[in-house]
Design a protein. Structure first.
Length: 317
């Protein structure tokens, strides 16, 4: 097993850029190409679809496929895991007139608690104002993604699943689309019987919504100098549990099993969110400025679940 501290990233920024290479008659042409079928990419697709509905002439000028969403997962939502606490305001802004009952939420936040953890105890502390979630709702990110994809398709958006964008297509200093990755290769890169080469998707505009550390987004930021302030990173590990007893509140924790102080600088915490009658989402997040390069967030989460406070919540799950 390779530890994070031993991993070597061998690609350079230039590896993610190429010029269109497919013959003209084999290229797929779209008006706007959105890379990533998560909440951000789908929300962008929905808003563009709404604007094009108001301006049919513009939609016609964008071609036969005005907007396409390229999603690497087998289906929208298949790469989205965890529960989330969502402010319904964003859905009201994107879908004017929509009621809360129509939104893809599981349940409202009815109670919440923050705990400071030690190895043996969990001490409840006052919830900081920045963490108040009154009026917010708990949702499954996967279900939210599927719901947004349905809304996008109703507006005529084409969603292309099982297709990874591997490189950005450039012409001079302009991004003109993406090249999709090959399908049907084994772990060593050899061609299988179902091998299918990637192709060029040519677009007038390309929107990158790959997630927090998308390789194309990072390459574009580096090449075109799109970010002035350094990004602050954290790493989160999540699980979804089926449990016999419904969790009655939203939980956040800080402290154990993370190690504080100048020697370790392990800053972060955990979340436990109810997701209906018999499911909950559990995860742990740690900032990436910790000093011990051998830290494994996966292992820390497993240790966290051995605490008596957490074990009681997961018992029988």
């Amino acid at each position: 097993m390779t530890r994070p501290s031993e991993f070597v990233f061998e690609n350079s920024v230039g590896d993610f850029f190429t010029e269109p290479s497919d013959p003209m008659d084999e290229r797929i042409e779209v008006g706007i190409c959105i890379v990533g079928g998560g909440p951000a990419g789908l929300a962008a697709a929905v808003r563009i679809g709404q604007l094009l509905k108001e301006q049919p002439g513009l939609a016609e000028r964008l071609g036969e496929i005005p907007v396409a969403v390229v999603e690497k997962g087998k289906g929208v939502g298949s790469h989205l895991l965890s529960g989330a606490v969502v402010n319904p305001l964003v859905f009201r802004q994107l879908f004017p007139g929509i009621s809360v009952e129509e939104m893809p939420f599981i349940q409202p936040v009815e109670d919440e608690a923050v705990y400071y953890m030690t190895r043996k105890n969990a001490m409840r502390i006052p919830t900081p104002p920045t963490m108040w979630n009154h009026g917010n709702f708990i949702a499954s990110v996967s279900q939210m993604g599927r719901w947004l994809s349905e809304k996008a398709e109703e507006l005529g958006i084409m969603i292309v699943p099982e297709t990874a964008a591997s490189k950005l297509l450039v012409s001079g200093s302009r991004i003109v689309g993406v090249r999709t990755g090959d399908k049907g290769r084994d772990r060593e890169g050899g061609e299988l019987t179902n091998f299918e080469p990637g192709g060029d998707i040519i677009a007038r505009a390309t929107i990158l919504a790959e997630g927090t550390l998308g390789h194309l987004s990072m390459a574009a930021i580096s090449k075109f100098g799109l970010r002035e302030n350094p990004q602050v990173w954290e790493l989160g590990v999540k699980e979804v549990w089926k449990v016999p007893k419904q969790l009655d509140r939203l939980i956040h924790t800080m402290g154990w099993p993370l190690r504080g102080g100048r020697k370790y600088r392990e800053f972060g915490g955990s979340f436990i969110y109810p997701m209906g009658e018999d499911h909950l989402s559990l995860g742990l997040v740690i900032g990436l400025d910790y000093c011990d390069a051998t830290v494994s967030v996966h292992d820390i989460l497993q240790e966290f679940k051995t605490h008596s406070f957490v074990r009681e919540i997961l018992e029988g799950g």
